[in-house]
Design a binder for this molecule. Sequence first.
Ligand code: PGA
Length: 244
Amino acid sequence: MAEACKLAAGNWKMNGLRADLAEARALAAACSEPGCGVLLCPPATLIAPMAEALAGSRVMVGGQDCHASESGAHTGDIAARMLADAGARHVILGHSERRADHLESSEVVAAKARAAQAAGLVAIVCVGETEAERDAGRTLDVVLGQLAASLPDGSSAANTVIAYEPVWAIGTGRTPSLEQIAEVHDALRTAVPDAAMSLLYGGSVKPGNAAEIFAIGNVDGALVGGASLKAADFAAIVAALDAA
Ligand code: PGA
């Protein structure tokens, strides 16, 4: 069975001005040795300049969302081809902040993932339960339900990465126990259409907890928010994944 690729992905969310490209350059300098995949997903305004700044380095660039259509009358939206044209290799889709702020259903996420894959991008599809859903004992139902509905036909390890992000762990400093992460990742491994698909954990990953999370079976990397904004913190997380 093919092994899943390791990936440390950073999500800058709605943070970052051109001056912050210095952090991306510092990250590339700190990760000059070959190892796991390293990805930064800045706001759309920084994709092209970041891709230029990181050309030839180990750090890839991605987007945070795309539209399901190839082009057209969709003011304010960005097509997957445009992300690819700007230098993106990946795009995060179905992040819980978009599911909440923009009412994105799993069906919408699947349509976006189809568009991303057709444009040659790797779709990083996010799934995760709320705290109320976990308290009600519905974590696996919710996560596996989102997974099944968010992946278009034809999703494979080559064009899709899954990120398990418990909503209550994002930006809160709280993380599930290692056993809770393992339970969800084991279930995801069984449920994905291609066993070699990379499974990332996301939610308050920091330099201090990265190594223990990466030691869990079926965890192939992380989707990192806050700690990806500072090169030193994200480089430490990359080093932990390299060592795992
Ligand atoms: P966080 O965000 O690392 O700041 O908790 C994770 C995410 O939303 O991807």
